[in-house]
Ligand binder design. Sequence first.
Ligand code: SF4
Length: 175
Amino acid sequence: MKKLRLATLWLDGCSGCHMSLLDTDQRLLELTRYYDVVYSPLMDIKIFPEAVDVALIEGAISTDEDERMARAVRRQSAVLIAMGDCAVTGNIPAMRNSTGATELLRRVYGTPDQENTPIPSTDLPTLLDKALPLHRYIAVDHFIPGCPPSADALCAALLAVAKGETPCPNSRFGA
Ligand code: SF4
């Protein structure tokens, strides 16, 4: 059996969803019967590969770099899954959405004319006005809610997709 190429991506999240993925413990061995991991924050690979079969994305889209990566992953992945509440609804990152990026940065860093005000690095990605869930930017095939989703839910979803048990687009795997 040809294994599926699995990628995982970490956007504006706390990494808790990836920790939950690791909590699948010995079931990881069963998952490796179906998947080869080709890109992940758990590996030292810098360039997102082409021809990915399944991509799991953790986190909301909060910066221009998040948006660029999410769009690239969508282009290069056959099945894309929103992993966890930040990716599904915005969740914790979206708590800043009552104000825009400029006002948010002013509240955190002050104004440049204030003495001893730290200036955010210009090398950082640009903060978008709102932190939004994945589906506001790209098509999402499946959603796995939870903060974090349980290891059981992640494992069940990956096994279902590997076995072709994907009854309808935009299905929701249990938390
Ligand atoms: S859904 Fe929860 S565990 Fe996952 S990245 Fe967001 S805050 Fe962290």
